[in-house]
Write a protein that binds this ligand. Sequence first.
Ligand code: VIB
Length: 200
Amino acid sequence: MDNQVCNGTSRIVGCRFSVHPMTEDFVSVILGALEEVDTSKVWMQTDDVSTCIRGRLPHVFDVTQAIFAQAAKTGHHVAFSGTYSVGCPGDTEGDVYMSEDDTKVNNSDIDQYAACDFALYPLGSDSYMDMIMEQVEAAKQRGLAVESIHYATKLRGEAKEIFATLEQAFTVTQEHNSHVVMTASISANSPSHKKETDNE
Ligand SMILES: Cc1ncc(C[n+]2csc(CCO)c2C)c(N)n1
């Protein structure tokens, strides 16, 4: 690891996220998605604003992707907003999940168009801009539509490819930088997506 700005010994990864389904029936979409997904390999806590999951990196991405996919599968316009973090665990809650193996337990292999604004923050590094640009370039190589926007990078395409891109960006960056934060806002079934396609 190139920079050791934090004293955290564990590489526990966390994500605090919210899902906002644009439907009167939002309660069952949110609670249904949280219940139907296999969360056995992560520590999880839900409150009135968001859900926090913590555990090994592959499972944090597996579970967030599966919850988004499950909510989007209802066909409602769904917005997901999440902050991923590694490197400065303020507490040890959830450490027990660090002994899980690498096998992901959810199958999120569904076809779902989505758009995502993501921002990567390699904290405490002088070369943070290089790390960010490297991952924006890597995203372009994966076949998604990639656009630079103010304060974020926009990804458009299949949801599973968006999550794979986010996981790769986060994985590679945290291999070189102790403390990394990444935000992702993802939208599915948006009426704006239809207008974009119609304009093509
Ligand atoms: C992933 C996720 N977790 C928690 C909330 C907050 N929330 C808003 S409505 C609702 C159901 C009724 O209490 C809950 C839990 C959210 N939006 N998305």
